[in-house]
Write a protein that binds this ligand. Structure first.
Ligand SMILES: [Zn+2]
Length: 229
């Protein structure tokens, strides 16, 4: 399995999940839709790892295509789960999953969204917020990027010039340009998160719903902020 940058691997699917291979285990960033554990196991096997090596599961936000397999993985690995405090309520099943912002423009689609497969609720062990957190493995730090969901976070890995796991805070086009994506619309909160990302230093960006930017990724965010916000 070719890694995107040293030790970072992608699990493809409707939404992308990522595996960070470290010195004493692996960290998962997002889990995809429900029943994606087989796909994750296959990628782990391709790098000589198994579920026994999983030591943390980090969730960017409480949409079913990002935490759908979290309950099963937590049960199989006993690894701690990380998310923001705000989105933890939906991940635990205490609140409904927040609907994507584009549905505010297309309210007639809201019943369709409610028909999407549900995720089994799962306990969140560590709630994370802006900045470094010693509980997170691999020196991961957190950037609060609300807007797509109220408690959306992005994770920054201090490796290879900085690898940002953007989640659904933006997507990249095939030409390497940043867009809000179909699921997002311009709101003050959402746009402030894009400005926040543009302040960070990183070279590589991984997205939930587009191909990664493998170099000069922050430059693409800065161009978007300068030209579109
Ligand atoms: Zn989402």
């Amino acid at each position: 399995m070719e890694s995107i940058v040293a030790g970072v691997h992608e699990v493809s699917g409707y939404s992308r999940s990522f595996i960070i291979d470290g010195d004493d285990g692996v960290t998962l960033v997002d889990t995809g839709l429900p029943k994606r554990d087989g796909a994750i196991v296959n990628v782990l096997a391709s790098i000589g790892r198994s579920l026994e090596d999983v030591r943390a599961i980090a969730i960017t936000h409480a949409h079913v295509d990002h935490f759908g397999t979290a309950a099963v993985l937590k049960q199989k690995t006993d690894a701690p789960l990380f998310s923001s405090a705000v989105d933890a309520a939906a991940i635990r099943g205490d609140e409904a999953t927040p609907h994507p912002l584009f549905l505010d423009r297309l309210p007639f689609l809201k019943p369709v969204f409610r028909l999407m497969p549900g995720a089994d609720p799962v306990e969140v062990d560590h709630m994370v917020g802006e900045g470094a957190d010693d509980a997170l493995p691999e020196g991961l730090s957190v950037i609060d990027t609300p807007g797509h969901t109220p408690g959306h976070v992005s994770f920054l890995l201090d490796r290879a010039g900085g690898v940002l796991f953007v989640g659904d805070a933006a997507v990249a086009t095939k030409r390497g340009e940043i867009k809000r994506g179909f699921m997002n619309r311009s709101t003050p909160t959402f746009d402030a998160s894009l400005r926040q990302i543009a302040e960070v230093e990183f070279d590589v960006a991984m997205f939930g719903h587009s191909s990664p930017l493998k170099s000069s990724a922050v430059g693409a965010f800065r161009r978007f902020v300068e030209t579109s916000l």
